[in-house]
Write a protein that binds this ligand. Structure first.
Ligand code: IMP
Ligand code: MG
Length: 177
């Protein structure tokens, strides 16, 4: 068995930042009807920790979109694999995503959700990799800005592996096929 790669963000640092983000979101959405939309599967860990720090009544829904498959590069093709269970018309919607890289996924999702006429739409990402951006996206809440490295853990996968790591690690090149 080979090693995975070095720790980029440890568990304690993740939790501290997520609690700050939760406080900020709590302040921004006072008195609003918040719908938190998690993007499967990568955002699951981040969403679970984040919503515990949002001290407001809210609804959680999920969407699943196609991702990179087994490659570490974006195909640029986005496909909805699972749509929302509830309507979002007139609601204050917050998309929760694991990472924004090229921006193609979030750009597509934001357009798609805006066409359903929410009252407002904002985006919250655990990680931002701005160096690879191809499609402009306004991310309203960013956990950490990271360098252009392929990372795994805390929900993020490589070929569906490593999602259960409690911290964010850089994937070593010898693990990439
Ligand atoms: P984008 O469309 O290029 O912004 O990519 C967004 C999606 O690609 C994310 O939701 C992740 O699933 C995946 N992704 C991008 N960078 C990484 C990475 O470093 N590790 C794991 N998944 C990534
Ligand atoms: Mg993903």
């Amino acid at each position: 068995m080979h090693s995975i790669g070095k720790i980029l963000i440890d568990e304690q640092t993740l939790m501290k930042r997520i609690s700050e983000m939760g406080e900020e979101i709590t302040r921004d959405y006072q008195g609003k009807e918040l719908v938190v939309i998690g993007i499967l599967k990568g955002a699951v860990m981040f969403l679970a920790d984040l919503v515990k720090q949002i001290k407001l009544p809210l609804i959680i829904d999920f969407m699943a979109v196609s991702s990179y498959g087994r490659s570490t590069h974006s195909s640029g093709v986005v496909r909805i694999l699972k749509d929302l269970d509830e309507e979002i018309e007139g609601k204050d919607v917050l998309i929760v995503e694991d990472i924004v890289d090229t921006g193609l996924t979030l750009n597509y999702l934001a357009d798609n959700l805006l066409s359903r006429n929410p009252k407002s739409l904002k985006i919250c990402c655990c990680l931002d990799k701005p160096s690879k951006r191809r499609s402009p996206v306004k991310v309203d809440y960013v956990g950490f800005t990271i360098p252009d490295k392929f990372v795994v853990g805390y929900g993020l996968d490589y070929a569906e592996k490593y999602r259960n790591l409690p911290c964010i690690r850089v994937l070593d090149d010898d693990n990439i096929e």
